[in-house]
Write a protein of this length. Structure first.
Length: 368
């Protein structure tokens, strides 16, 4: 195959052919003339092996840009390449001088969260700042055409392009819900403008903003409910009853203390009956909702015999590590349950248990 034909195939995505090219025709002149292009194509397609091989032949990652091309790798959704660049000296906190964007901003411009949340995890693990703001009014290539930055944080972009998991990743890393862009808008405002699902909006609630636990979309409310039924004797209300959710109500001696506890578990406050003297509250996370109700002291005669509530999760080990970092789980946990840390049970689950301030057992589990 001729050199031009081989280069064309590599440019079209067959970066694996770089090894064949350099092994057969890898002269200093070829690397001098085409080395940077080969590196750019390898990075564009996320081929870490090709990048490493080119580096071994003297082509430096620094030729991509001053931060080894990390922002471009994040923008293209290549978590493996991002990890390699960070290991090679790139900075997750690097800021573009023209518009203030960081690699984390670049990873939050696409709806394909299965791909891009892996990049977000790599960047946050390397110390990316979830509260970094762009420079207002500067052109950005992140959205391809006639777009300008607005002084937004990564959480603002996640509010529009992220999933619940994306938002939770940023919140767990310390992202601020109250952060405002150059126009005074918070991530909640961005999500509201974008008409994001209510599950996203709940995660971004702050201050006095609330969403009722009985919330229904406007379209559903406008449709109303029919009262007639083809067979009134079977269904006199004309409605097919469906169970939609179950909301456990946890007793609490101090509702405020319980709210603070669940907020450390990254639950968001959905409802509070009184700011001054709360007696009832609802909190939610990941589509799960719990309610907390003040209970008179006289009902606490048996403090060790408290209710237990089970939460199904997809990864109890990762959840346990999150709770450790939040400070909810401490040394005293070892005295409270044989499953104070994740372990397999005789009944076929893997789980761990935590007690809330009122002593209720919160049991997080998944199939073993």
């Amino acid at each position: 195959m001729t050199l031009p034909a081989l280069l064309h195939r590599i440019e079209a995505g067959r970066t694996d052919l770089i090894l064949e090219l350099l092994d057969s025709q890898g002269t200093p002149d070829l690397l001098s003339e085409h080395g940077l292009d080969l590196l750019r194509w390898s990075a564009y397609y996320g081929d870490v092996s090709a990048c490493r091989y080119l580096q071994s032949r003297g082509v430096e990652l620094g030729n991509l840009d001053g931060n080894l091309g990390l922002a471009a790798a994040a923008f293209h959704g290549h978590w493996q390449l991002c990890e390699y660049m960070l290991e090679s000296g790139a900075s997750a906190t690097a800021v573009r001088s023209d518009n203030g964007e960081t690699p984390l901003h670049a990873a939050l411009t696409n709806e394909d969260r299965v791909r891009y949340d892996l990049v977000v995890r790599v960047l946050l693990g390397a110390g990316a700042d979830p509260n970094a703001k762009t420079k207002p009014g500067a052109p950005t290539g992140a959205f391809m055409r006639d777009a300008r930055t607005k002084g937004e944080t990564p959480l603002h972009r996640a509010a529009v392009f992220g999933s619940e998991a994306t938002v939770n990743l940023l919140l767990a890393a310390g992202a601020t819900r109250e952060a405002r862009d150059a126009f005074g808008d918070t991530p909640l405002a961005w999500a509201s403008w974008a008409r994001r699902p209510v599950e996203i909006l709940r995660l971004l609630l702050h201050g006095e903003h609330r969403i009722r636990s009985q919330y229904r979309p406007l379209r559903a409310n406008l449709l109303g409910q029919p009262t007639a039924s083809p067979d009134p004797s079977l269904n006199p209300r004309g409605i097919n009853p469906l169970l939609q959710a179950v909301h456990p109500v946890l007793p609490a001696k101090d509702v405020g203390e319980s709210i603070r506890f669940f907020e450390k578990l990254r639950f968001s406050l959905l409802f509070l009956d009184s700011e001054d003297r709360p007696r009832y509250a609802a909190l939610g996370r990941d589509g799960v909702e719990v309610h907390v109700q003040w209970t008179d002291e006289g009902q606490w005669a048996y403090p060790t015999d408290r209710p237990a509530f089970r939460f199904a999760a997809n990864d109890v080990d990762a959840l346990f590590e999150e709770f450790l970092r939040s400070g909810v789980i401490g040394p005293q946990q070892n005295e409270q349950s044989p499953w104070a840390a994740p372990a397999n049970t005789p009944w076929g689950t893997r789980e761990f248990h935590v007690r809330d301030p009122a002593g209720s057992s919160l049991q997080f589990y998944q199939p073993a």
